[in-house]
Design a protein. Structure first.
Length: 166
């Protein structure tokens, strides 16, 4: 009799475990389906906004996001979103008022890299203007300008067109 009770208890516990696993799986699948449906509805209704779509929510960007969203939604013509982003980035870099800082997009970067590849010829020195004179400010090691005859103190006068004609 005790064995029968033990068998019934074991079977009851196994059914209980199977039922618990079943309901766990049902709850997980239901949650996934509801999430997918809500996301699909939000995307189809164009409710995604720059502020809400996986972006940094720092307060410094609140104005930027607000203007971006307003232009995309309310401007009287269609807006090129990529052009807005490009001009925003350019404006930020120009706002530094630093002649040595410049933003280049992917195309400009490719053009720049292409222009600096290849062979360079010259005396191998950085030069500076001092009035109408050119000064070798720092010769590059191992270059022709690194020779003792072209020390940084040598100054070259600029020739004007009139001097060349004479």
């Amino acid at each position: 009799m005790d064995e029968e009770n033990n068998d019934k208890n074991v079977q009851s516990k196994l059914r209980s475990v199977h039922m618990n696993i079943f309901w766990f799986i049902v709850i997980i699948l239901t949650t996934i389906i509801i999430s997918v449906v809500i996301t699909a509805i939000a995307i189809s209704n164009n409710q995604e906004r720059a502020v809400n779509v996986g972006t940094d929510t720092r307060t410094e960007f609140a104005k930027l996001y607000s203007v971006y969203d307003t232009l995309n939604e309310d401007y009287y013509e269609d807006v090129d979103s990529d052009a807005l982003i490009e001009s925003s980035i350019r404006g930020m870099v120009e706002g530094l008022d630093d002649p040595y800082s410049e933003y280049m997009n992917i195309d400009e970067t490719g053009d720049f890299e292409e222009s600096i590849t290849g062979d360079f010829e010259g005396i191998g020195a950085e030069v500076m203007m001092e009035g109408s004179k050119i000064i070798i400010s720092s010769p590059m090691k191992g270059s022709p300008a690194d020779r003792p005859a072209l020390s940084p103190v040598i100054r070259f006068s600029l020739l004007t067109v009139n001097h060349l004609k004479a």
